[in-house]
Design a protein around this ligand. Structure first.
Ligand code: FES
Length: 161
């Protein structure tokens, strides 16, 4: 009687490591089984895990005036941001004041970008800002969180040193 056919379960291991075998018997010696055995091929080694670079979802400010976006037939208002050290910026398209300043090469301290840590606090010397959601970080009188506010008027601000 011929030796029973042998197969390997597809385990993903190299053949020499794969000790899982099974035998086909019970009269299948001449006839082909009605299923196909997986080819005994080692799975290709997986490369280093692919990692996606996560970038915050921002809509950067345009450093120079650009064609105005139309929102319901109205262009978003353009606000001027004046820093107490003499630098100037503009706000029109960004998602928040922090993103706007960064896009205009003005460095601002930040960590969470979500209103929790307070790292992005700045002194509001003049003007008005709007928060879509009330920030969690503690704010002293006259302070604003750049990461979660947008201007409601032209602003005069002092960044942290
Ligand atoms: S970066 Fe954390 S509160 Fe703005």
């Amino acid at each position: 009687m011929p030796a029973p056919a042998q197969g390997h379960y597809r385990s993903g291991l190299a053949p020499e490591q794969d000790t899982t075998t099974f035998e086909l018997d019970g009269g299948l010696t001449d006839a082909q089984p009605d299923f196909e055995l997986e080819a005994l091929v080692a799975e290709p080694a997986l490369g280093p895990a692919q990692t996606e670079l996560w970038l915050p979802d921002t809509d950067p400010e345009h450093p120079q005036p650009s064609p105005q976006l139309e929102l319901d037939g109205m262009a978003p208002p353009l606000y001027h941001i004046r820093l107490d050290d003499g630098r100037e910026a503009r706000f029109q398209h960004a998602a928040n004041l922090l993103s706007s300043l960064e896009a205009q090469n003005i460095d601002v301290h930040f960590q969470c970008r979500e209103g929790y840590c307070g790292s992005c606090r700045a002194q509001l010397l003049d003007g008005e800002v709007h928060y879509a959601e009330e920030p969690m970080a503690w704010l002293n009188e006259g302070e604003i969180l750049l990461c979660c506010c947008i201007p409601r008027s032209n602003l005069h601000i002092r960044l942290q040193d």
